[in-house]
Ligand binder design. Structure first.
Ligand SMILES: Cc1cc2nc3c(=O)[nH]c(=O)nc-3n(C[C@H](O)[C@H](O)[C@H](O)COP(=O)(O)O)c2cc1C
Length: 251
């Protein structure tokens, strides 16, 4: 597998936009033999499982219109802990399974072709009842799998363009995309869809955090390969697309 060299292509953003357009008589050419297809769900079978997550939404108040009006990016994290059930509720809002027609696991957030290429990792920094570490959200089993132990908040803050809020937030969600999962159907256009999928998921986190009186801030300013290395993914088949901090804030 040879990784394409983005430096060799001038005007890469323009090429991306043009090369992934649909035209009535010409669909983007698929040259995706550098990707592997690893199936519809990612799992770490040997990882320590924290415990099954509650698959139901929280019984918490919240008026959608008020939440939309109140939502802000909040960065002044206090360092206080959040409860495990709070983390459960936040994750449910982002990727909770809400229907199971014909083998699909439909979720709170939409996904192009119901392929769900976005994987979620939780950097737990100050969460009651779980050790600091990096956890993968196993959507099929609806559980957290510990893939790295220890407090990695400072390392992730450094990888997020030195944004200190990552080191103070109770948790940070790191969203990656399994490109092949989407590209198998959509070819090069998958590179658009994964970002759109991630944005839907992140919007849910923003609103759920607001409903739970927590701050949230999306983070796309990051050193991609540093984050990929911390998560342990190759940056080609699976690569980081977005992150978001969450936790009690002063703002
Ligand atoms: C795609 C995207 C990437 C962002 N990346 C960052 C970031 O890296 N750091 C940060 O502090 N805020 C980031 N933000 C938050 C924006 O700065 C924020 O949404 C904007 O200033 C508008 O403020 P509001 O969210 O409070 O309405 C990002 C937002 C989006 C949608």
């Amino acid at each position: 597998m040879k990784k394409p060299d983005p430096e060799s292509a001038p005007l890469i953003g323009l090429l991306f936009q043009e090369g992934t357009k649909y035209h009535r008589d010409a669909f983007p050419v698929s040259q995706l033999d550098y990707l592997t297809y690893s199936g519809p769900f990612k799992e770490y079978p040997d990882a320590k499982v924290v415990r099954p997550l509650n698959p139901q939404p929280p019984d918490a108040p919240g008026n959608l219109w008020v939440l939309l009006a109140q939502r802000r990016s909040r960065r002044a994290y206090t360092g206080e802990k959040i409860a495990f059930r709070t983390l459960e509720s936040l994750l449910w809002a982002t990727q909770g399974v809400t229907a199971r027609p014909g083998g699909y696991l439909l979720r709170t957030a939409p996904s192009a072709g119901a392929l769900y290429p976005v994987e979620s990792y939780v950097l737990a920094h100050a969460v009651d009842d779980i050790d600091p570490g990096l956890y993968h959200l196993n959507v099929r089993r609806w559980q957290l799998e510990q893939i790295r132990a220890g407090d990695l908040a400072v390392e992730f803050a450094r990888a997020a363009l030195d944004q200190g809020m990552v080191a103070r937030a109770a948790a940070t969600v790191v969203w990656t995309a399994d490109i092949g999962r989407c590209a198998r159907k959509y070819g090069q256009r998958a590179y658009r869809y994964i970002y759109l999928d991630a944005a839907h998921i992140a919007a849910h986190l923003y609103l759920a955090a607001e409903a739970l009186n927590l701050g949230c801030c999306g983070i796309a300013a990051l050193y991609d390969e540093e984050v990929n290395d911390l998560v342990g993914i190759d940056g080609v088949n699976e690569t980081v697309v977005y992150m978001a901090t969450v936790g009690p804030t002063r703002d």
